[in-house]
Structure formats: structure tokens, C-alpha cells
Design a protein around this ligand. Sequence first.
Ligand code: SF4
Length: 285
Amino acid sequence: MKITIRKPPWLKVSLPSGEGFARVRELIRSQDLHTVCHSARCPNLGECWGNSTATFMILGDVCTRNCTFCAVDGGVPLAFDQNEPDRVANSVKLLELKYAVITSVTRDDLSDGGAEHFAATVRAIRKTSPHCRIELLIPDFQGDAEALQRVIEAAPDVLGHNLETAPSLYSKVRPQADYRRSLEVLGMIAEAGLRAKTGLMLGLGETQTEIYNVMRDALDAGCRLMTLGQYLQPTGKHYPVARYVHPDEFKEYARSGEEMGFDHIEAGPLVRSSYKAHEQVEGII
Ligand code: SF4
């Protein structure tokens, strides 16, 4: 018999509505863009779009991997649109964003994993919105150092790569990823002098010791920014939630993590790497 754990009250969110929400929805539609907010069924969509912000997802909406936690469709992606960086830049300008977050699906089918497209997006935003800070959340580019270097050279203000979970769970939830490889990505970012950031989902079955071990590994790699949020099962076919982490436990991770050496840990049930991303780095960058 399948056991479903009832969602606790702290995960209740309000339904999307309002002028800001309608404006962002219309802009995304008219610019023919994708957002991770929508594709990953983010619980904060109503709040973020209502505040006229969104996280753009470039390189299409079909991912070449099939992580069991993720709502983004897997399969064979179409060719991507070379003009997408300009449309993202245009949207950043129209939304008057002071802090833009860009991510992508994983494109293992491309020779550079889409690295040049990320770099082109940074350049396009810099051209049209020179004062806008830019955060990228990138895939691992299969460990291709040259591809990663291309993104590093574009010099985003924050460069993130999510470890997502403890290494013991990788084979179940990120079967095509490699924990050590992801740490190396963070290490290369930090070594290049950029702000490295990572994120973890909690409640997949990891132990508290494992959470602290991942924090230590990220710190050792030179990463000083982290987000911790509750994993939510997008559909019945996805990996099940093992437990709902209490908000006080999240607070404790943030407190201990900052004591361990992180500049900032944003932790809470509804925290996602891009959730209020500008506030996460206030006074840091
Ligand atoms: S938290 Fe990030 S992904 Fe979720 S709605 Fe907000 S901007 Fe989008």
C-alpha cells in the first residue's frame, strides 16, 4: 500500500493572482520564454510573479536527464533558439529587474552543454540592463572544464550549481549526475574568484549527519552561499517525500552553517535557489 504523508500547514501557499502575476505571465508568453517557476511547478510562483520577478529557463523546456525529483519534462530536446538571449534581456529590461536569475534544462546533447548560450545571455543582459546583477544556476556540463570556463568568463555576479541531495541518494534521484563532479564544478567557480552558490532539497531520506557533511564538502570546495528547502513531490510518479522538515530545523541548519563558515544560508520549507535571490546576497556582493 502506498503511504502518502500529509502536507504540514507551513507549506500552504496562496494561489497566483494580481496585476504583477498577470504582467509576468503575459511577458513570458509574448517573449516565448520558459521559466523554471512554471516548468518545475514551484510553490512560490504566485508570490514571485506577483512581485514581478521570475527565473528564466533557457535552452528549451525538455531536459536530457531524468532526475526523479524534477517536474521538468525529460526527452529529446529541440534545437535551441539563438535569439533567446536577446529575448531574455528584453524581458529583464521590461520587468526592470535589478537582479536576474537564469537557469536551464540540462543539455547533454550539445557539445558545450549550452555554456556559450549562458554566456551570450549574460552579455545580452549586460548590454540592455548594465546595472542588473546576474545569477546563473548551471548544470554540470558533464564536468567539461572548457565549457564551464566559458560561463566563468562571462563573469556573472553569482554562479550556482546545485548539489541537490546527499551523495547516498544520487543513484535514486540524480542517476546521471555525480556528487564529486558537482563539487568540482563548485570548486572551479570559487577558484576563478566568482561567488559560488549551491542548493539542497531536504526530506528525500537524507540524515542530518549527511546534510552537515554536504555543507562541509561545499565549504571545502570554496562555496559560501547555500539554500536549503523542502523537497515536494511534483506528481505521484516522482520520488516520494520521506519527511517534512520542521521550519525550526531549517533555522538550525542556517545557524550552524553560518557558524561553519558560510556567508549566508537561506533555509526554510519553501526556499528554492532562486527564491528572493537578491535578498540572499544583500550586503555580500
Ligand atoms: S522561487 Fe524561483 S523558481 Fe520558484 S517562483 Fe520564485 S523565482 Fe520562480
